[in-house]
Design a protein. Structure first.
Length: 364
């Protein structure tokens, strides 16, 4: 299906409104507002769909029922990877997702999901809130007539499930894999056949042999989606996704129509969801890691040579995004300035502290 074709059909099926060119009218304080939220993952997906639903519930409760949000999982109203188009065109008022799913509109969105070897989850939050990242994100999304809010983070992800060991760059060549974002582009440049699949299609694709390897999120989601059944080697950590941002974005015209108190409720609910989602992933990934091991997964790490080759391709791909336009250049400059400051700090503090803790408490 072509990108725009579904919009016409979905608009008719949903009875979507026709966007008006007139200035937005402010909703009355006692008016009940009904919005639709689409997601690229199924409802109930651990950490992702479930927390999207939690955001909608939180807004409804905090607003005393004045702003009620109905949630649609992947494919229920629009296809999984068409959520941005749906909100831009008015098929839905808002969406819960992650920015790199919309990279076809502007590759600069990758900076607000994750960059391989880039910011960890808490560092991404710091850059957005205090380093000018949010303002750049607002400017980027304004061209799609939407307003973004940070509303979650997966934390450090896993590098994926493989049925053969990846010891050298040559081992990557020819592998059919599901790999997202710039990490997937780096794999492609090293010779992999990379595809992007919605969450619900990953397991069937592995079972059928349509793909040979796949990354999804981390132990919690990978176990829940059955990937322990089809992958022998579990590569950790994810070079590609050190802390993937989750977002809520809303049609700017519809957001402007909200009274100021509902706009503030919306923003506070997103911030609450950010903390809850990261805590959710942190706790349940730790718990689920033991279940993954119990299924017989063999833990592996990418070799130094493979990491070096991936890093070379990542640097080239990210610089190409920066060179696409002036705004992406500014986003790149701001993001990389913070990454280069965070890297030595993280090495001496977080990395050293985690190794020391492992030496004290981790079982041999």
């Amino acid at each position: 299906m072509k990108r725009r074709q579904f919009l016409t059909g979905a608009s008719m099926a949903a009875g979507a409104f026709v966007a008006s060119s007139a200035a937005p009218s402010i909703a009355k304080a006692d008016e009940q507002i009904h919005w639709r939220m689409v997601m690229p993952w199924p409802k109930g997906t651990p950490g992702l769909g479930a927390n999207g639903e939690k955001f909608a519930e939180r807004v409804t409760k905090m607003s005393g029922g004045r702003l009620k949000i109905t949630v649609y999982g992947a494919g229920e109203l629009v296809p999984a990877f068409e959520c941005m188009d749906a909100v831009e065109q008015g098929v839905a008022e808002l969406a819960h997702g992650t920015p790199y799913y919309w990279a076809g509109k502007d590759a600069g969105v990758n900076f607000f999901s994750t960059i391989p070897f880039g910011l960890m989850g808490w560092e991404l939050s710091g850059w957005l809130r205090f380093g000018g990242g949010q303002e750049l994100w607002d400017e980027l999304y304004a061209q799609f007539n939407v307003k973004p809010f940070a509303a979650g983070n997966t934390g450090l992800q896993a590098g994926g499930w493989f049925n053969k060991e990846i010891n050298t760059v040559d081992d990557i060549k020819g592998i059919k894999m599901r790999y997202a974002g710039i990490g997937g582009e780096a794999m492609r440049r090293l010779g992999a056949n990379v595809t992007m699949l919605p969450a619900a299609e990953i397991l069937p694709a592995m079972q059928s042999g349509a793909i040979d390897a796949a990354e999804w999120v981390g132990p919690w989601n990978d176990y829940a989606f059955g990937l322990t059944q089809v992958g022998k080697y579990y590569y950790t950590p994810a070079f590609a996704e050190p802390g993937t941002g989750i977002e809520v974005f809303v049609n700017k015209d519809k957001f402007a129509e909200l009274p100021e108190d509902l706009q503030e409720i919306f923003a506070v609910a997103a911030q609450a969801n950010l903390e809850q989602t990261l805590a959710d992933f942190t706790f349940h990934n730790i718990q689920s890691y033991q279940a993954v091991l119990a299924k017989g997964a063999e833990i592996r790490h990418f070799s130094d040579d493979v990491i070096a080759a991936l890093a070379t391709e990542v640097k080239a791909a990210v610089k190409e995004i920066a060179d696409q336009n002036e705004l992406n250049g500014r986003i790149y400059a701001s993001y990389m300035d913070f990454v280069k400051k965070a890297a030595p700090y993280g090495k001496e503090f977080e990395a050293t502290g985690l190794l020391q803790r492992a030496n004290v408490w981790a079982e041999a």
